[in-house]
Write a protein that binds this ligand. Structure first.
Ligand SMILES: CC(C)(COP(=O)(O)OP(=O)(O)OC[C@H]1O[C@@H](n2cnc3c(N)ncnc32)[C@H](O)[C@@H]1OP(=O)(O)O)[C@@H](O)C(=O)NCCC(=O)NCCS
Length: 248
């Protein structure tokens, strides 16, 4: 879900902050305003699917930039054989090459992608959001979180708008991280925030998503609030690791 436009009053982010992803996760980001002027980020270089060819310019620009970043990240973590396209998969999830996990996000300011070998990570989810307005935060809070989650954030002294955006972004990151594994939609209220402190955010599942994702499972991610934006990232363990988060 995209936050409505009035959340974008903050300045555009100019860089993805450090400290969000472990070193075995390759990442790349690109400023959207530079898409048209950057020779390597062309529709030809990222192979626009039919569904995107007919889309509005903003959507084409964010798709191209997101795919460009994803291709750089994928080819950085496994240089050979070179990957030239990442098709759109089921439910809009990117179809990562076999043996690779990854994630893409774009705001009105930048596109950012991350990828890792699946022997190192079972899934990656990243998200970047401009801090919402307080009005929007008040209006949308009940759709994404409970009063208990709001109380946790207020106890940690987060301003309402940041608390809302961080909770929203963490949940979207978690969704992208788990989706390739669980292959079903789950809602913002299906995971509950239990901690958001010192760069660590924890979400606890309230629904049964199958395999190891049972109600009560706790998944940890990272966050940074910077330049009027919230960045979140979840990386879960590889197939042989029964862990839900990895140290940096
Ligand atoms: C899928 C979703 C998280 C994307 O977030 P967004 O705010 O629209 O946009 P972002 O820029 O952050 O991310 C967009 C990218 O997410 C990726 N994405 C979309 N659907 C996805 C899925 N099912 N699984 C994994 N990644 C997905 C795509 O790469 C997309 O970019 P692209 O279309 O250019 O390829 C959001 O639209 C959504 O459906 N949310 C509801 C589900 C949810 O978040 N539940 C919370 C559970 S606690």
């Amino acid at each position: 879900m995209d936050l409505p436009a009035d959340s974008g009053a903050s300045p555009l982010p100019i860089a993805v902050p450090a400290g969000l992803l472990p070193s075995f996760v390759a990442q790349h980001w690109h400023l959207l305003r530079e898409v048209e002027t950057c020779r390597e980020v062309t529709p030809a270089a990222v192979q626009l699917p039919d569904a995107i060819l007919g889309a509005a310019p903003k959507r084409r620009r964010e798709f191209v930039a997101g795919r460009h970043c994803a291709l750089v990240a994928v080819n950085r973590c496994r240089p050979s054989p070179a990957v030239e396209a990442i098709p759109i998969g089921e439910n809009r999830a990117p179809q990562w090459p076999s043996g690779i996990v990854g994630s893409i996000t774009h705001t009105n300011g930048l596109a950012w992608a991350a990828a890792a070998l699946s022997e190192h990570a079972g899934g990656v989810g990243i998200d970047c959001e401009p801090v919402a307005s307080e009005r929007l935060a008040r209006e949308l809070w009940p759709t994404i979180a409970s009063q208990a989650e709001l109380d946790i954030m207020r106890a940690a002294c987060w301003p309402l708008a940041v608390a809302f955006t961080l909770t929203f972004s963490a949940k979207e990151s978690l969704f992208k991280c788990l989706y390739p594994d669980v292959r079903r939609y789950f809602d913002y209220r299906d995971a509950e925030l239990s901690v958001a402190d010192a760069g660590v955010v924890r979400l606890q599942l309230r629904c049964d998503l199958g395999s190891m994702w049972r109600p009560g499972s706790v998944i940890s991610g990272r966050y940074v609030v910077k330049d009027g934006h919230v960045f979140t990232a979840f990386v879960r363990g590889g197939a042989d690791q029964d862990i839900t988060s990895l140290p940096l």
